[in-house]
Design a protein. Structure first.
Length: 266
């Protein structure tokens, strides 16, 4: 997120891997700026991202979705500020792919012959408010190009804080795993205190790699309820790790060698 913040005037961190950036007043070609952001993020993190550029948040999400869906043609960046390009994306996007439209909502909209994002953008906003809610009304207005959702630069306190790590190699010894748990519990505690919050539960989870079909799979976790709410780490990482391993070794089903690929604490 720091990379993006260094390249645009304002950023709203929407989730751990998603953000809205305000490009208002930025000079030059916005598509090229989007490519620069994508390139720099990949260079610094090794993570490929999609960039969607549009007049509203909902349209930006749609552009981002299109950038990823048609990456071979878009290069991971789609700008739909141009009305003709926007119209093409709206017509070729199912209403169920619009930000905030769930399965039940999709079925209800389709029963009203609202099948595409374009159909939703052209629907009567007052009818949508009466039938569904003001949220869907705003979604339709945003798809039509009217901004209803402001950029929120102040991140609200998180209800759950997670720090995790994927190891670059298999681990078969407990020592490095304990060290990782201790490190990431400390980072989670720092984030908790930084936002002025307290917690009453701590969880540590661990798992093997999940993508090799020839490897046996294993995943487990330990949840500890603290005696009182606190912003301080009240239980040692060692105790939590031992709890995971104890549960594993007493399981009645034979389990694979402890070859952890990832670990997290929250």
């Amino acid at each position: 997120m720091a990379i993006i913040e260094s390249m645009v005037p304002a950023v709203e961190v929407y989730s751990i891997d998603e953000a809205f950036a305000d490009m208002t007043g930025m000079p030059g070609n916005l598509t090229e700026l989007g490519r620069s952001i994508r390139s720099k993020v990949y260079h610094c993190t090794g993570i490929p991202v999609g960039v969607g550029i549009a007049p509203t948040k909902t349209l930006a999400k749609l552009a981002n979705h299109t950038a990823k869906r048609l990456q071979a043609h878009t290069g991971g960046v789609v700008d739909i500020c141009d009305p003709e390009k926007r119209d093409w994306v709206l017509r070729n996007t199912s209403v169920g792919e619009v930000w905030g439209i769930g399965r039940k909502m999709k079925a209800h909209l389709e029963s009203m012959h609202i099948l595409s994002a374009k159909d939703l953008a052209m629907a009567d906003p007052w009818m949508l408010r009466k039938t569904f809610s003001v949220v869907i009304e705003k979604t339709a207005r945003e798809l039509a190009g009217t901004a209803c959702l402001e950029l929120d630069e102040v991140e609200p306190p998180r209800q759950e804080i997670c720090c995790s790590r994927m190891f670059g190699k298999r681990l078969t010894e407990l020592g490095p795993i304990k060290e990782a748990v201790a490190t990431y519990m400390m980072r989670a505690s720092e984030k908790l205190r930084a936002q002025g919050s307290v917690c009453k539960k701590i969880r540590v989870s661990i798992r093997t790699g999940m993508f090799n079909p020839d490897e046996a799979k294993y995943a487990n976790g330990a949840l500890v309820q603290l005696p009182y709410e606190s912003s301080i780490q009240n239980i040692s990482a060692s105790e939590l790790t031992e709890l995971i391993c104890c549960y594993r070794t007493t399981c009645s089903t034979p389990l694979p060698t402890f070859t952890s690929r990832g670990i997290g604490s929250s």
